[in-house]
Write a protein that binds this ligand. Structure first.
Ligand SMILES: Cc1ncc(COP(=O)(O)O)c(C=O)c1O
Length: 387
């Protein structure tokens, strides 16, 4: 298994049709969008090729989404210790679609929606593109990690604030929020009667000793006001297939959501549901091997940044394969991602996409082979030293 993960070559990657390796010209190494360069889990490939072999591409069976929910319940119990009731779940196309759908359902135009910045850009789009008021609660860089600013959160909430969007584990900082932090957040959400949209898509990419704790698992009060959105797509690297799940923590939330015309939402395909079921039923050994490799890569990035990239700072992520690099001390004349694109021929995600105050940051995707990662890092170091 490990050899297959390590054997990824740049030539193979450049043959792919997906976004990650087609965006830039052949002289650029891609380390931006959150797709991994590793081969797909054999159990997922078997599920898909099995359907192709029998040309099983008609409408999915009537219980296809319930099978996904059952697989999800088994996975959440085994991996995250959360006993899920599948009665109020929805199978959907993808998580970002549900961010929009939930903002539309649980707030009115002009009402406040809280986001914790810097943040995965579709959070901001889900608020602004739907005419809601963005209530920004910045994360604070502390001694060893980014932290939630609870005082800022309390101060930001007013009588027109309806929704709190949580990203846990957090993209781009890689924070895994602790039980204590989640409980404090839950208390505030309950006190102010907020609905919480909890995007937990990175839940399976957590590095020990950290542990993913679903917000809705903390207590019945917070569960009743939380919609948990997740998918197998991030940890199992099948984002192009499009299948996600929404767990509504109460029948009342689900009933409110049902006011949205379901036909507008579309739904996952037969292939994507089969892939998701395979991932959650049989994918654990593959994921464990991937996590071991990601942990090695994470340490490589941390060691290299410390020794070879003076002026770049980062907290090693507690989850995700994304390193959030603070390049402010480099005092670059352009955005950090532009500097590394032009001078190092490395395509990072621009920090400015994640907030108005992080143009001097960049996000590096380290889910690739050690050889490609070494080349990415040494190109970056060469660019910084050659300034
Ligand atoms: C926090 C977060 N949510 C959602 C997504 C995208 O999910 P989907 O492809 O299901 O829309 C990503 C992708 O990187 C992400 O990081």
């Amino acid at each position: 298994m490990a050899e297959r993960l390590l054997a990824v070559s740049e030539a193979q990657l450049r043959k792919k049709r997906g976004m990650k390796w087609t965006r830039y010209s052949a002289d650029i190494l891609s380390a931006w969008v959150a797709d991994m360069d590793f081969p797909v889990a054999p159990v997922i490939l078997a599920a898909i090729t099995g359907m192709l072999d029998t040309q099983d591409l008609g409408y999915p069976r009537h219980d296809a989404s319930q099978r996904v929910f059952d697989a999800f319940a088994g996975w959440m119990r085994a991996r995250h210790g959360w006993q899920v009731d599948t009665a109020n779940m929805l199978a959907c196309d993808d998580v970002v679609q549900m961010l929009h759908a939930c903002v539309l359902t649980f707030s009115e135009p002009g009402e406040g929606v809280i986001i914790q910045t810097p943040i995965y850009p579709p959070f901001m789009a889900a608020v602004s593109q739907n005419g809601r008021r963005m209530v920004e609660n910045r994360l604070a860089p502390c001694a060893h990690q980014w932290e939630l600013d609870f005082a800022g959160l309390q101060a930001a909430i007013d009588s027109g604030t309806r929704v709190l969007m949580l990203c846990n584990p957090h993209n781009p900082t890689g924070r895994v929020f602790s039980a204590d932090e989640l409980d404090r957040l839950a208390e505030i959400a309950c006190a102010h009667d907020l609905i919480v949209i909890a995007d937990e898509i990175h839940m399976d990419l957590v590095f020990a000793p950290h542990r993913h704790i679903p917000l809705a698992s903390r207590n019945p009060e917070i569960a009743a006001r939380t919609i948990t959105l997740t998918s197998a797509s991030k940890a199992f690297n099948v984002a192009g297939l499009h299948c996600a799940v929404a767990h509504f923590g109460s029948a009342e939330l689900r009933a409110r959501f049902n006011q949205l015309q379901p036909r507008l939402l579309g739904g996952p395909s037969a292939l994507s549901m089969a892939a998701t079921e395979a991932a959650w039923r049989e994918g654990a050994p593959w994921l464990d091997a991937v996590m071991a490799q990601l942990d090695t890569n994470r340490r490589t990035v941390a060691g290299f940044v410390t020794s070879e990239l003076p002026g770049v700072r980062h907290y090693p992520p507690q989850a995700t394969y994304l390193a959030w690099l603070d390049c402010s001390e480099l005092m670059l004349p352009v955005a950090a991602s532009k500097f590394f694109l032009d001078e190092a021929k490395v395509g990072l995600s621009p920090g400015g996409d994640f907030s108005s105050f992080t143009q001097d940051h960049a996000r590096l995707n380290f889910a690739t082979s050690p050889q490609i990662l070494d080349e990415i890092l040494s190109r970056m170091a060469g660019a910084v030293k050659g300034r």
